[in-house]
Ligand binder design. Structure first.
Ligand SMILES: C[S@@+](CC[C@H](N)C(=O)[O-])C[C@H]1O[C@@H](n2cnc3c(N)ncnc32)[C@H](O)[C@@H]1O
Length: 218
């Protein structure tokens, strides 16, 4: 059995994670752009009667946005420590949320059980072979849309990271999942039976993260 990758065991303290994610201008900018893109995609898809699954929901940021817009949602995460922070984060919208401890590699739901499946800040943490498995699970459990964040490689942040990586050991370099071009992203989605519909960059040519809306291929 392969050893679990770092992101699967590294997160257990929701309060510490939230303090980190709100602790710098860069992180606050990323979060603002993620929230705006998610809200835009959800209103494009239609929030009324939407049932959303947020995979690797962490402390519930995407759940807060989706349920605040009227969607009903299930949050799934491998870490109980992260899930414990969700009720406080989601606040008044809590009634529309259910939480499940589970693994993105084997989602405990039927095919096409949700209108939309999201995964924020998960894909870029996964080793390549796990990435394909998780994308297939996201595609399997949605009837229509997948919203996810990914890291793209045509930007300054990635160039600097590659440069700094030259000074790291080979194993530490291998442990970091590389960012991908938009073409490679399309190919990953296609292998899972999805097509890329829209892409928003957090900060084009500067920052790696982008937010993707993909749809099930007919
Ligand atoms: C960087 S955090 C992102 C949390 C949240 N989506 C957000 O945007 O704030 C990564 C999350 O992925 C979860 N995770 C990692 N591997 C997982 C897996 N195989 N199945 C479910 N959750 C996983 C971790 O427990 C952690 O909560």
């Amino acid at each position: 059995m392969p050893a679990p990758y770092r992101a699967k065991t590294a997160y257990d303290d929701g309060a510490a994670y939230d303090a980190h994610r709100h602790g710098s201008f860069r992180h606050r900018l990323i979060r603002r752009k993620e929230d705006a893109a998610l809200a835009e995609y959800i209103s494009h898809l239609g929030a009324d009667n939407m049932l959303l699954l947020d995979v690797a929901c962490g402390t519930g940021n995407a759940l807060r946005v989706a349920c605040g817009m009227g969607a009903a949602a299930i949050g799934l995460d491998v870490s109980l420590g992260m899930l414990r922070s969700v009720p406080e984060k989601v606040g008044d919208a809590e009634r529309g949320v259910a939480l499940v401890v589970g693994d993105a590699e084997h989602l405990p739901f039927a095919d096409a059980a949700f209108d939309c499946v999201s995964a924020f800040r998960l894909i870029a943490h996964l080793p390549p072979q796990v990435c394909d498995t998780v994308m297939q699970e996201l595609a399997r459990t949605t009837s229509d849309a997948v919203i996810l964040t990914h890291n793209h490689s045509v930007c300054l942040e990635y160039a600097v990271r590659r440069l700094l990586g030259l000074f790291k050991s080979r194993s530490r370099r291998k442990a970091a999942h590389p960012a991908v071009t938009v073409g490679q992203m399309r190919a990953q989605l296609r292998r899972a039976g999805l097509r890329l519909e829209t892409l928003r960059f957090v900060a084009p040519l500067w920052q790696e993260e982008c937010i993707v809306l993909a749809r099930k291929r007919p």
